[in-house]
Write a protein that binds this ligand. Sequence first.
Ligand SMILES: Cc1cc2nc3c(=O)[nH]c(=O)nc-3n(C[C@H](O)[C@H](O)[C@H](O)COP(=O)(O)O)c2cc1C
Length: 173
Amino acid sequence: MDDQRRLRNALGEFATGVVVVTAKGASGELAGMTMNSFSAVSLDPPLVLFSIGRQAHSLQAFRSSGHVAINVLASDQEALSNQFARPLTDKWAGVDYTPGLGGAPLLKGALAHFECAPHAEFDGGDHIIFVVRVARFSARPGAHDPLLFLRGRYRRVRNDWQMEADWPLAIHY
Ligand SMILES: Cc1cc2nc3c(=O)[nH]c(=O)nc-3n(C[C@H](O)[C@H](O)[C@H](O)COP(=O)(O)O)c2cc1C
């Protein structure tokens, strides 16, 4: 197995959720991409990040848009995740959304929406790291399970086992 494949496999041991990041580009076109590089960064100011491959067709739309929306997918939104993971094709056919800040689409049925303004961009090798500032958000905590991604596959939460942890945890975070 070559080194890149081994690295991909090793990285795949890190379980994540799945988001669709959306935007309305400067010329009015809608962009949407499935991503699992989303991460919380800072509470004060409220910052989050995601990274976009330099070869992505939607990159220009994301760079030219004022705002982006990060839509956290629920476990029954696997088809939507696949729809937004395909290059170019009409990703928006049959997609239910309402326009958020800057026209960035808020996908119906998502567990949480983060509407964000640009903050900083960093070189991330074959990706570009976007740090964005949360301007508005909404969530339905516990309303539905999240869609998960692990070892190159979608997964679901198993609710028959829970860590017994008292918040806030005694460890420093
Ligand atoms: C679960 C999952 C996670 C993904 N995460 C990312 C990501 O974090 N960054 C990225 O650039 N592409 C990611 N992709 C691939 C993009 O979704 C895909 O290449 C993109 O939609 C192509 O868009 P384009 O039409 O702009 O080229 C992911 C795909 C899947 C299925």
